[in-house]
Ligand binder design. Structure first.
Ligand code: ADP
Length: 455
């Protein structure tokens, strides 16, 4: 990096602090870099000390304050250029100037009356060359973005969010981008299968198009059935890199496997239609009997959108379908048919510990599957407290923060059909009128915030 040249003043950003633009000045007279900070307070635990502070990046707009948090690595006596000595917190964070990003140590102090909010000291400049009579050799950044931040109310700064998907053009992804940008966050849409993983314990990384991906504050995994295995590996890698993933790889895995999900749900006494699973063709009759005989519903374990779900009206039809599934070596479950539901079920959209939106889905004429992709239609509905509680518990026991919980109304009360870890936004937003994307984004904000401060 020694051949990397900067001028005596430059524009920098601090991705881990959420500072997208800051004018800095180099100062080879100082060893450690210093950053302006107000309202500095300690957070975290004794083992993992953090500091929270406010920074107003633009000297011209002191009322715009960004709330930052960083790991404290030391507390040192620092003598400033006017000879005064002060005990300061030292944080470690990364700085980005032009194309280069590197880690530096920074002392926090009040620089209110100084022309620059930050000085870059010798230690931060070790590996590059400063051209003393040049300024702004690297691309300029702008304070324009800060104008949108509510004045006089410290904002947590912008987050860098990645969306993992194989369908970048779909409605849900467009909504996430729209809402995140309106909340001042930066979003990258990442094709799940184009990520490749550098799995090592010192510095786990994810590479994409030949370069290592930058640090993301949060990841929204949208993992479709066909990429479950690889998608889970990518999410796991993000988790290993300390990125907050709204749904973890394990939670995605257990909800995706219908059998595993059912077993977890029954363990937690969450009501579901009677279900049976077997692998040997000899057990076909028993299997049918276990779920109360025909009619019954047969479901391929890894299906979504209703595609692998079949209604067998008679025992004969059930045996034939079971025979066909077994002939293909496909894993499936058999389930009692809830006739009284009349082809309807409830989609409850859970974010955190709340059902933020719900809708009634009704199957098309002559069909029993209510999936919107299978021709079903959505309509607004008030769900009961019991249904709400079941939806929240189901997502919680599967470890999902964002989930689409499908509940069927039976003569014995509400029962869970399925819990989806990448529920679509289009149907639920248009039917309920709720801005579900914003609810998810706010949930991410509050979780990244508490991770930044309390870890
Ligand atoms: P998928 O994950 O493929 O959507 P589901 O298990 O959610 O599979 O089933 C799809 C649809 O079929 C449900 O939304 C519901 O309308 C209908 N369905 C599923 N199981 C039953 C059942 N046991 N009784 C009645 N209808 C069912």
């Amino acid at each position: 990096m020694k051949d990397f040249q900067i001028g005596w003043e430059e524009w920098a950003s601090f991705p881990k602090l959420g500072i997208s633009a800051l004018k800095i000045k180099t100062d080879t007279g100082a060893k450690t870099s210093a950053l302006h900070a107000n309202n500095i307070r300690l957070a975290g635990t004794a083992k993992n000390r953090k500091v929270i502070f406010e920074l107003s990046p633009d000297v011209q707009q002191p009322e715009v304050r960004i709330l930052c948090s960083a790991k404290v690595i030391d507390q040192r006596e620092v003598t400033s250029s006017n000879g005064a000595s002060e005990l300061r917190y030292i944080i470690s964070t990364s700085i980005k100037i032009g194309p280069k990003t590197w880690d530096i140590e920074i002392s926090l102090t009040n620089r209110e009356n100084m022309a620059y909010r930050m000085i870059l000291g010798r230690q931060a400049l070790e590996k590059l060359t400063v051209i003393p009579d040049a300024s702004f050799m690297q691309p300029e950044l702008s304070y324009e973005k800060y104008k949108k931040i509510v004045k006089n109310k410290p904002s947590f700064g912008s987050l860098k969010i990645a969306i993992l998907t194989m369908s970048p053009k779909n409605y849900s992804i467009k909504r996430f981008i729209q809402v995140a940008e309106s909340m001042n966050h930066e979003v990258d849409v990442i094709n799940t299968k184009r990520c490749y993983l550098n799995i090592n314990s010192r510095n786990p990384e994810i590479h994409y198009d030949g370069v290592a991906l930058p640090h993301y504050d949060a990841v929204i995994p949208r993992i479709g059935v066909s990429v479950t295995f690889y998608g889970m590996a990518v999410v796991r890698q993000f988790q290993a890199m300390g990125t907050y993933c709204i749904n973890s790889a394990d939670a995605i895995g257990s909800s995706r496997d219908k059998l595993a999900a059912h077993q977890i749900l029954v363990r937690h006494k969450i009501p579901m239609p009677d279900t049976a699973f077997a692998s040997s063709p000899k057990d076909t009759k028993n299997l049918i009997a276990l779920t109360g005989g025909s009619p019954l519903v047969l479901k391929l374990l890894n299906s979504t959108g209703g595609r692998g779900v079949v209604l067998a009206e008679t025992s004969k039809a059930a045996s034939a379908v079971i025979g066909a599934f077994q002939g293909l070596d496909a894993n499936f479950i058999s389930q009692e048919f809830i006739k009284e539901a009349g082809g309807s079920d409830l989609r409850c959209f859970v974010v955190g510990r709340k059902v933020v939106a719900s809708m009634l889905r009704t199957a098309a004429e002559g069909e029993f599957k209510s999936n919107l992709h299978a021709g079903g239609s959505g309509s607004p509905i008030e769900i009961t407290k019991e249904e709400r509680d079941i939806a929240i518990r189901a997502s919680r026991v599967l470890g999902l923060n964002v989930a689409g919980v499908d509940i069927i109304r039976t003569n014995d009360g509400p029962k869970v059909l399925e819990v989806n870890s990448s529920p679509g936004l289009e149907g639920i937003e248009s039917t309920s009128g709720v801005n579900v994307a914003a609810a998810i984004m706010k949930f991410i904000e509050s979780n990244v915030r508490s991770l930044r401060s309390i870890k």
